[in-house]
Design a binder for this molecule. Structure first.
Ligand SMILES: [Zn+2]
Ligand SMILES: [Zn+2]
Length: 453
């Protein structure tokens, strides 16, 4: 049963004390934290049977892995649980024709049909795709799940949603968070570095996404929670100030990236939306993914694209800060249907919903000294683009478009269409209203994203 905390003191709360609790927060909401344990230690797998024994009654488990993660952690997990008298069903997903397994409806159905009986617990052995598939399937089976992470590549471990491809379209499906996250530091540190660098890109998003969130709170009354927004503020300087430590796989920096991913994911679960960790910067990555679905050209890892999207959003904030008096420009009144091809209908629905709110947002922006307050109190909170660029460079993460295999022309098309894909207001829309976009997309590419092509 969840234990109630007393009123939350935002400044002196140790992060691990919130696990498994319901917190009465200063923001006025009760935040339920379904994740009961986050274990990052070499003996994490040995703590595993004891943890499961405490939370799961039926000693049957389904282990979901792929051929690589089974070797890295699956075999050992299976042995450990069998020694503790658990009965185990193992499903090792084969590679797809694109390489690693993909999180789509076909793989999900295949997995679901392979399961011989509903287990007491589902165990994901892996990160991105394996975690998403196990989360999705366990939610369908109404069974709790845990993840044994093999890479610090994204913040989806502790999130309650899954982002699969359904009928060829990237979708968002409600699921549940794991009851526990387990990882061995040596496994995370030795994961292919592009995965760790992707994880860093995904959490850098937070340096701008929380400003988008507060901006929405101010302009549209979206619920805002400073505890959730600031949840990784103490961890952030570790990798922001020492990105070389991430590249060198130093224990402190690797642990900081891993924890930041988990707690930023948890913030999304606690508030019930992606707002704490995802804003306008994520639209760049989502748009590149969607363009790939339309034209079949491959895209890079989520977090590697998000890192560059963060740089773009930070550059927009930098330009917005310099505008003393706001002169509105109209946003386009429709989407570019030809550009979106088979995705035009869902994109159009999102954009139409956005336009419904734009006139109210403009009124709010034009009201009295609202812009002055936004400039002075909110826009200054976004980290400067030079800091993001340097962090990406020094960490050996994707820093330029060429690093993610994206041409100047493709980036330009993505940046001039990304405001169309989601109804939620972001810095990208503010930049359109302020007349910065679409013109500045070219300049920002040249200034920040192109490098020596
Ligand atoms: Zn992300
Ligand atoms: Zn709160």
């Amino acid at each position: 049963m969840a234990v109630k905390n007393s009123m939350l003191a935002n400044t002196d709360l140790k992060l691990d004390t919130i696990l498994g609790r319901t917190i009465q927060c200063k923001c006025g909401l009760d935040h339920h934290v379904p994740v009961k344990g986050i274990f990052f230690s070499e003996d994490a797998l040995h703590a595993f049977p004891e943890f499961l024994g405490r939370h799961i009654q039926e000693r049957t488990a389904l282990l979901v892995s792929d051929i690589r993660t089974h070797e890295i952690a699956g075999r050992e997990t299976e042995k450990t649980l069998k020694n503790a008298d658990w009965s185990i069903e193992v499903i090792r997903l084969p590679d797809s024709d694109k390489g690693s397994p993909v999180c789509d409806d076909t793989t999900y159905n295949m997995l679901l049909h392979q399961i011989s009986h509903s287990p007491g617990i589902c165990i994901a052995i892996g990160s991105g795709v394996i975690n998403d598939l196990a989360k999705w399937v366990s939610f369908t089976l109404d069974t709790p799940y845990v993840v044994i992470a093999t890479a610090a590549s994204m913040n989806g471990f502790t999130a309650a949603n899954v982002a699969p491809i359904i009928h060829g379209v990237k979708s968002l499906v409600r699921a549940h968070a794991p009851i526990g996250v387990f990882a061995q530091p040596s496994v995370i540190a030795n994961a292919p570095y592009r995965l760790t660098a992707a994880g860093l890109g995904d959490i850098l998003a937070k340096t701008v996404s929380v400003v988008d969130w507060e901006l929405n709170h101010f302009l549209t009354n979206e619920p805002f929670c400073s505890f959730c927004a600031e949840i990784i503020n103490e961890i952030e300087p570790i990798y922001l100030n020492h990105p070389e430590g991430v590249l060198a796989r130093s224990p402190d920096e690797i642990q900081a990236v891993f924890n930041a991913l988990n707690y930023s994911g948890l913030a999304m679960t606690m508030i019930g939306s992606s707002a704490p960790a995802s804003g306008g910067e994520h639209l760049f990555s989502h748009t590149l993914d969607m363009m790939s679905l339309v034209d079949g050209i491959p895209h890079d890892l989520h977090g590697r694209q998000v890192g560059l999207g963060t740089l773009f959003a930070a550059a927009l904030y930098d330009r917005l800060r310099k505008i003393r008096r706001l002169k509105f420009r109209e946003m386009p009144n429709m989407i570019d249907r030809r550009f979106w091809g088979k995705l035009a209908a869902p994109v159009e629905g999102q954009y139409r919903n956005k336009l419904k709110n734009i006139s109210k947002i403009k009124d709010r922006l034009a009201d009295g000294n609202a812009w002055d307050r936004i400039r002075r109190n909110l826009l200054v909170k976004a980290k400067p683009p030079v800091l993001i660029a340097e962090c990406l460079r020094r960490a050996g993460a994707a820093r330029y478009l060429k690093d993610i295999g994206c041409s100047r022309e493709r980036a330009c098309r993505a940046l001039s269409h990304l405001h169309e894909i989601r109804s939620r207001f972001t810095v990208v829309d503010l930049a359109w209203l302020a007349g910065i976009l679409p013109d500045a997309a070219d300049e920002i590419i040249d200034e920040w994203l192109l490098g020596d092509a």
